[in-house]
Design a protein around this ligand. Sequence first.
Ligand code: NCD
Length: 304
Amino acid sequence: MRHLLSPLDLSVEETNELLDLARDISKNPDKYSHKCEGKKIATCFYEPSTRTRLSFESAMLNLGGSVIGFSSANSSSASKGESVSDTIRVISCFADICAMRHPKEGAPMVAASKSSIPVINAGDGGHQHPTQTLTDLMTIRELRGSLDNFTIGLCGDLKFGRTVHSLIKELSRYTGIKFVLISPPELRVPDVIRDETLKANNIEFTEVERLEDVIPELDILYMTRVQKERFFNEEDYLRMKDFYILDAAKMAMAKPDMYVLHPLPRVNEISTEVDDDPRAAYFKQVQYGVYVRMALILTLLGLN
Ligand code: NCD
């Protein structure tokens, strides 16, 4: 039985196969519409979500399966004090696969160790978000044609942003990728990512504060939201929240084929005037998220 707790749980080869499957699903959805008949996914979300939960549910429904679950800790027995280990043992009796989001780092890993069904980490605290990474990879591959040889700028909350952590880990396995890490000093990537992923693998990276200084050299700009819920005090959040605002003036300085990605939700970091720019790829990215989750469900259930 396989789980997906970190993007590195799939080898590069398996990841590429999954992306090929996701592409085939996008081109021939009818071929897959009965693949999961009789199967259920449980979406266990202890933290708010719109895209991730609904895209898992939509993915399973597109495959002909069905969905059970809860969308907040308050509406589950966690509010009565039940542990994640007990909850997953119970869910294993009801469903064939589980997608779990939790505010505590490592909670889906604890669940996986007690589970008799595959567990997918749908975001654990400020740690990892592997299915967003698969979504980001599909988006980059579909837009650029390959996952090698490009410069990516990651901008915003690189400290608490789990999508950033997972994406850096994943892209460090491809060749010719240069990272430009754009953040205020307080929101730089954690030391563990800088030391154990970037430096340890001799990957080219720079850390800068001003987006304007580097935007002309980027092939991909990955914008992120300042993660309000992970701040210890409101004052720091308020000081940091509008540090970056991508607008038409900044887009004018970028390459004509520099795509803009964002895991969403957006707050103020991308002005809505950018939405009509053909390089804005963040809503397309959401659609790719459904295809990769369909491919992932099929893969983990051995139905691919
Ligand atoms: C991200 C998350 O939950 O980490 N959202 C998502 O799943 N697409 C990013 C965020 O909340 O800022």
